[in-house]
Write a protein that binds this ligand. Structure first.
Ligand code: RIB
Ligand code: CA
Length: 315
């Protein structure tokens, strides 16, 4: 078997972030070398504590956690997503505290160090607001240029928004950062609502890994609040685990059908702030084109997630 791909997850846990981190830990194709935390679903202190606790839950408190940006680059967010993820961000579930401390380096420094020293190209999977990635591009452009693949959960090509009628949450939380990332030359895959909304993890799938062992049971408990939210918001009997689909693409490149597109983010202060305008007139050949995910085998993606979480839970 080939050497596993070094992986970094930049995250704002967050219920689906927690599931995504567990999926990465369940996947031998990748080696989770670093988790960087960012403001987003809840505040930075809470996303950081949640990242530490999720890693500890999986017996992986050896994975370093470096603390990133506590807010967007320019304008403050109007609101967070505590009503979706619970006030503490993990669906009301209190995980045992981790014995690990955060890495002493700021997130962008830890990320730059890893990118500079890694023995092979690193995949970075960004599943929260893109503030840390934009800061990396600005402060350590030579390190950012060493990113093998940047897989972003964010944006929407034609599926509208979730936090507003126009914008997906991660792009909306820091549109200036999203614009910097989507206009960079880093090889980027945009995993947006177009492919995440159809990919619904049903109650049967949750029960499968919940029954596989204590870790699965805890993951199931974390997801239950999300299921209630999905039922109320999207009218679906299941959960849209947006971030887990991005990690699936990071773990198995090509899971999603992508097309190179130019992407512009609305950084205005009006009703469409955070909208990702994807030029779908024809595939783009520009150096800053983003591989926009436009096709997904949702059933296969859900089965991939459930089977791996069940295996992780079974130990
Ligand atoms: O729009 C979905 C995204 O916003 C996910 O990353 C979820 O965790 C929230 O951060
Ligand atoms: Ca997230």
């Amino acid at each position: 078997m080939e050497q596993p791909t070094p992986l970094v997850i930049d995250t704002d846990p967050g219920i689906d972030d927690a599931v995504a981190i567990l999926l990465a830990l369940a996947s031998p194709e990748v080696d989770l070398r670093l988790v960087t935390t960012v403001h987003g679903n809840v505040d930075l202190a809470q996303t950081t504590e949640n990242a530490l606790r999720v890693l500890h839950l999986a017996g992986r408190s050896d994975v370093p956690v470096a603390v990133g940006a506590r807010g967007p680059l320019v304008h403050p967010m109007a609101e967070r997503a505590g009503h979706v993820h619970g006030a503490a961000g993990l669906g009301g579930v209190q995980l045992p505290p981790s014995p690990a401390a955060v890495d002493p380096r700021p997130a962008v420094v830890a990320l730059a160090d890893l990118l500079t020293t890694a023995e092979q190209p690193v995949t970075v999977c960004a599943i929260g607001p893109l503030t840390n990635i934009a800061l990396l591009l600005a402060v350590y452009p030579e390190a950012a240029a060493r990113i093998g693949r940047l897989v972003v959960m964010g944006g929407s090509a034609g599926a509208g928004g979730n936090v507003t009628p126009a914008a997906e949450f991660n792009a909306w939380a820091d549109p200036e950062a999203a614009q910097a990332v989507f206009s960079s030359t880093v090889p980027t895959v945009m995993v947006g609502l177009d492919v995440t909304l159809p990919t619904v993890l049903g109650a049967d799938g949750v029960e499968r890994f919940a029954a596989a062992g204590p870790l699965g049971e805890t993951a199931g408990a974390i997801l239950r609040q999300y299921m209630d939210h999905a039922r109320r918001t999207y009218g679906v009997d299941g959960v849209v685990v947006h971030d887990a689909l991005a990690v699936t693409e990071a773990v198995v490149p090509g899971t999603l059908t992508t097309v190179p597109r130019d992407v512009v983010v609305d950084t205005g202060l009006g009703a469409t702030r955070g909208l990702t305008l994807v030029d779908r007139r024809e595939p783009s050949g520009s150096a800053t084109a983003v591989q926009v995910a436009e096709g997904v085998d949702s059933a296969a993606a859900v089965e991939f997630l459930v089977s791996r979480l069940a295996a992780l839970a079974a130990g």
